[in-house]
Design a protein. Structure first.
Length: 135
């Protein structure tokens, strides 16, 4: 499976409850969070939330006082086998596609989920579809 999903990035203070207040907005709107990553530096950080919805929700975050950036991410289901991530990233690099954000998870022996933001999403989608067909 491969599809385009939305990611929202926001700056949050590094204090108790900041993340809870942020994710509460998604909960209230019935929007499921399918990925989350953060980078914290001293008193603040950036949190990236990926959601699977066609609804535009950046206005909700803005109205709640968050400065947000919306980006497209590619969600990929990959087999959890040694070398799969290497083949994927090498193929993208060999075709001049830069990966700007990546995060994901798997459990040994199962299917992994990878989220990518890339410099050329359309080209990357076609390449990845071809790779997944070959397996």
């Amino acid at each position: 499976m491969i599809k385009i999903v939305k990611q929202y990035s926001v700056f949050l203070p590094n204090i108790p409850g900041a993340l809870s207040k942020f994710v509460e907005l998604f909960s209230k709107e019935g929007v499921n969070i399918i990925g989350i990553a953060s980078e914290i530096r001293d008193d603040s950080g950036i949190v990236r939330i990926t959601v699977d919805t066609d609804r535009k929700i950046s206005y909700l975050l803005t109205n709640a006082g968050f400065t947000t950036v919306e980006t497209q991410m590619i969600l990929i289901e990959l087999p959890d086998k040694p070398g799969t991530l290497f083949r994927l990233t090498s193929m993208l690099a060999d075709n001049g596609i830069n990966i700007t954000t990546v995060y994901g998870t798997t459990y040994t022996g199962s299917i992994g989920h990878l989220l990518l933001n890339v410099s050329d999403a359309n080209k990357a989608l076609e390449l990845i579809k071809g790779m997944l067909e070959i397996k």
